[in-house]
Design a protein around this ligand. Structure first.
Ligand code: GLC
Length: 753
């Protein structure tokens, strides 16, 4: 309890509210974005000091005993005990509940539950609980990678990065990522809350009371953001304004990735790559899992199995294939190993009671680098740079929850940040975040190219450094189904570049599951087939000819839409709006979209309705209202509403919005320097903006890119260059139905029929 309001004062855009026991600072960051925090609170994810502006001048008044802060269309009214109410255009949209008991009052005998092997829920003691009133028909989105469906209403989750290989089911409270951000959505408003607290917390999403969301924090200071906006997209955009957005990705990363734990010799990899050639399946990248290392020592290469590694990466590049290597955080305890010696000698590792802390991961006994220490990050980043020198094209960070095989890290394990000690209970949820930061910064510094980092664990804001995948899913149909809402919610939580293990990691994939998963993979931002050792192999030729041919079709479809995807990443880099979008993000007016779990929008123009059920050869498709839709393949017209669509095994149902223009690559060109583009015109007038750059480095930030504006009015196609800072395509084609014509001169009109 903070007690009564004693006083307040304003400096720039910050209002200091003095309560009996504490001071709360309300910082008005922008229209509808306000941070509330205790004094002296710093953040691991956000540079709060970066949001102090002279030019934002909220109106601050004291009315009765409340402080009222007005800025733009928003009013924040703060009462005694920091009871907050927020108004949008004078309508109350969010308010605190002063006391709310989110614990169950039921009698529970845990010993009986345990006796039959049930999971027992130990109710945490919370340092503080914040309870927000919502409406009973509000949808709740976001929260990162949590299991289950798009709408999180009625469930309860924990923020505690967790590596649990059991099948991730709806009742899981936590997975690998902690993104303490959720969105409250209703036809008439949307807003979000971001609780920037890294300690373990619990998000009760109206589970006990349909009108209350209640968040309990085990520790840490109060520090949260209200994130409003005129619509759902604004909220996502505003949230990523606070926590950061991705760079443009390297173009090759949008291609097809093949992985398995583990391709363990270079001959195996060469054979793999040759098979992709043989079966005419495009391949961009192979991921090397832990067996490329020498005894699982990170930043080493096994000389016997991967001899002359630099030549090998070169040889692969000559075949058009890049290599990504896994780097885990656990450093093997081994006094003959330079990485271990260096980080221990320089006190760059976690300790317990001042002694080096040892747990166990793949290499056996291992130490945990302190990624919150800038010195460690610099060292680690240099090691990543050495991997680049060996010809590696990306780094895959895993096990960074951090995982441990010998019991969980005790809460009082110490991590030094260069100035002072932080304990594990504070650092746990940001361990992966800082590992990704070290990797990103090291790679960027080394060659000034766009780093390709993939991480399993992360916190709010990790999207600035890394793409993510959803960890160890299983080859089961329910995980194919879950991938859609999971990647959509990651997108709504700031992670525009995300994917899942295509085919499923654990358990054995069937032919049909792999095929349907490849069809989904073809449209997820990161498209990587990955599986665990000991499971049925998941390369398409491990099944039959039909699998090979459908798999090829799915991967080629992916390559066709890569220029469209690249445009979507241009949008994500600038606005934070994800490429792979929950349908509601595009159609917030259409209430049928609010809980769609088996469809997704790829940007504004393509709706995908993958088949995610075993045995199904048709799909009940919902096409949102307000526009007509066209079959991606046949141009058949569909009105909005429900349709039963034929979806044989080799077909991913795709629909294009009326008036859309989709940039496509002709039958798979190299992604290194694509010289030809096709703009495919779908029925209806429309315009489209297409972005082009070198796909590799940061020169685009200095203006080395092109923006093409394509318009279609009544059968007349015109392309203009609204910005020209990079070489143009050699050839541009316009495609309409079965006609393809070369478009020869920018600024002229070409007729289609
Ligand atoms: C973890 C990762 C998985 C990887 C395995 C071995 O389970 O999630 O992707 O293959 O470790 O490194």
């Amino acid at each position: 309890m903070l007690g009564k309001i004693i006083n307040y004062y304003t400096i720039k855009n910050q209002v200091f509210i003095v309560f009996e026991t504490k001071k709360i600072i309300a910082t008005i960051i922008d229209d509808g974005i306000c941070n509330f925090k205790e004094e002296e609170t710093s953040s691991f994810a956000v540079d709060v000091n970066g949001f102090i502006f002279d030019y934002i001048n909220p109106v601050v008044e004291k009315i009765d005993n409340a402080i009222k802060i007005t800025h733009g269309r928003y009013k924040y009214v703060i009462n005694d005990n920091f009871i907050l109410s927020i108004y949008f255009d004078d309508v109350l949209i969010s308010s605190d509940i002063s006391y709310y008991n989110n614990k169950t009052n039921e009698f529970i005998d845990n010993s009986l539950l345990e006796a039959e092997g049930h999971a027992v829920n130990i109710e945490e003691e919370y340092k503080y609980i914040i309870s927000k009133k919502i409406n009973s028909n509000d949808c709740l989105y976001g929260l990162g990678d949590k299991t289950g469906f798009l709408n999180k209403r009625g469930y309860e989750y924990d923020m505690w990065n967790t590596d649990d290989p059991a099948p991730h089911v709806d009742s899981f409270k936590a997975l690998y990522k902690s993104i303490p951000f959720f969105i409250v959505f209703n036809k008439s408003y949307s807003y979000g809350y971001f609780f920037d607290n890294t300690y373990k917390s619990n998000f009760n999403m109206a589970k006990n009371n349909s009108e209350v969301v209640s968040i309990g924090f085990t520790d840490g200071p109060l520090n949260y953001y209200f994130i409003g906006g005129n619509n759902l997209k604004d909220v996502v955009s505003n949230y990523t304004y606070i926590t950061g957005r991705m760079d443009m990705p390297k173009r090759f990363t949008l291609g097809y990735h093949q992985s398995r734990w583990s391709y363990s010799t270079k001959d195996e990899v060469i054979k793999l790559v040759d098979n992709f050639k043989k079966y005419d399946i495009p391949l961009e990248c192979v991921h090397l899992d832990i067996d490329y290392m020498d005894g699982y020592r990170v930043f080493t290469v096994n000389d016997e199995r991967f001899s002359d590694f630099k030549n090998f990466t070169e040889e692969m590049k000559n075949k058009g294939v890049k290599l990504v290597t896994i780097i885990d955080p656990g450093v093997k305890v081994d006094s003959n190993y330079d990485v271990y010696n260096y980080i221990v000698k320089n006190k760059l590792v976690a300790t317990e009671n001042n002694e080096v802390y040892v747990n166990s991961v793949w290499p056996g006994e291992s130490v945990y680098p302190s990624f919150i220490d800038p010195k460690l990050r610099t060292y680690w980043g240099e090691l990543d740079g050495k991997m680049l020198d060996l010809g590696v094209s990306g780094i895959w960070n895993d096990m960074n929850e951090p995982a441990s095989f010998n019991g969980p890290l005790p809460s009082k394990v110490e991590f030094f940040d260069g100035n002072r000690i932080h304990y594990h209970d504070e650092v746990h949820n940001i361990y992966g975040h800082y590992m990704a930061k070290a990797t990103y910064e090291g790679m960027k510094k080394h060659n000034n190219e766009r780093p390709f980092v993939i991480t399993r664990a992360c916190y709010a804001g990790t999207q600035k450094y890394s793409t993510v995948w959803t960890g160890d899913n299983h080859s089961i149909w329910s995980h194919l189904q879950m991938a859609i809402p999971q990647i959509c919610n990651l997108g709504l939580s700031g992670f525009a570049f995300a994917g899942c293990d295509v085919g499923g990691f654990s358990s054995d994939a069937t032919k049909e599951l792999l095929i349907r998963w490849a069809e989904l993979g073809a449209i997820t931002p990161l498209f990587r087939n990955h599986s665990a050792m000991g499971t049925k192999r998941q390369e398409p030729w491990e099944f039959d000819d039909e699998t090979i041919s459908i798999y090829r079709k799915a991967v080629k479809l992916r390559y066709e839409i890569i220029p469209y995807y690249y445009d979507l990443f241009f949008e994500a880099a600038n606005t934070g709006i994800p490429a792979f979008r929950a349908v509601v993000l595009e159609y917030p007016e259409d209430s049928n979209t609010y809980e769609i779990n088996d469809e997704v929008m790829l940007g504004a123009n393509i709706l995908a309705s993958p088949v995610v059920e075993q045995g199904k050869r048709n799909k009940l498709v919902y096409l949102p209202s307000g526009t007509n839709w066209y079959d991606y393949y046949s141009y058949d017209k569909f009105e909005p509403g429900y349709h039963i669509y034929d979806a044989p095994l080799d077909k991913l149902p795709l629909f294009v919005k009326e008036g859309a223009i989709i940039p496509k690559y002709p039958n798979y060109e190299s992604l290194d320097d694509p010289k030809t583009i096709i703009f495919e015109i779908y029925p209806g007038d429309g315009t489209y903006i297409h972005y082009q750059d070198n796909g590799v480095d940061f020169n685009y930030e200095e203006g080395e890119y092109n923006i093409y504006e394509i318009s279609h009015i009544d059968g007349n196609i015109r392309i203009d260059l609204s910005y020209n800072g990079y070489k143009l395509y050699d050839k541009i084609y316009i495609k309409y139905k079965n006609n393809i014509q070369e478009y020869k001169e920018i600024g002229t009109i070409l007729k289609i029929e």
